[in-house]
Design a protein around this ligand. Structure first.
Ligand code: DQA
Length: 146
């Protein structure tokens, strides 16, 4: 199997490496993408990366993925806790979808306990820091091969 995996990142994740390193670690988004790509590329998949601070751009990237990508790995940032529109967009995508969070939102402030997207994805990985993206790579490959 081959095709592109959309590696999608929401608001403020462009600041990874500088932003609250005690919570999110010191690696940049580019570092996470590299680790992810190192696992999926040998299996024949390319990675198309989109980071945006705009909900509309994220929704449009998911729409485009309907014809251009075979799977989505998505960290929606704080939009996880508020965006029903992102959830609807994900429901319109048929391939595997993995939700990733570096921190464990369920163990943080109450407003982070709701994930609007959790019910629209294949599965969620949270709380493992940078390892989360590697786990997501293995999860997405398993789903694509199934
Ligand atoms: C996050 C968790 C969210 O609550 C937060 O708003 C983020 C990052 C994570 O990766 O742990 O921006 O999605």
């Amino acid at each position: 199997m081959s095709g592109a995996i959309l590696f999608l990142s929401g608001p403020n994740l462009n600041l990874l490496g500088e932003r609250s390193p005690e919570i999110y670690g010191t690696e940049t988004l580019a570092d996470h993408e590299r680790r992810f790509t190192a696992i999926v590329a040998p299996a024949g998949f390319s990675v198309s990366s989109v980071q945006s601070n705009s909900e509309a751009t994220l929704i449009e990237a998911i729409h485009e993925a309907r014809t251009k990508a075979v799977a989505i790995v998505f960290n929606p940032g704080a939009l996880t806790h508020s965006s029903w529109a992102l959830r609807d967009a994900l429901e319109a995508f048929n391939g595997p979808k993995i939700e990733v969070h570096l921190s464990n939102p369920a163990a943080r402030e109450p407003f982070r306990h709701l994930s609007t997207v959790a019910g629209a994805v294949s599965g969620s990985i949270a709380g493992f820091g940078a390892l989360g993206y590697e786990l997501a790579a293995h999860a997405v490959l398993a789903r694509l091969k199934a």
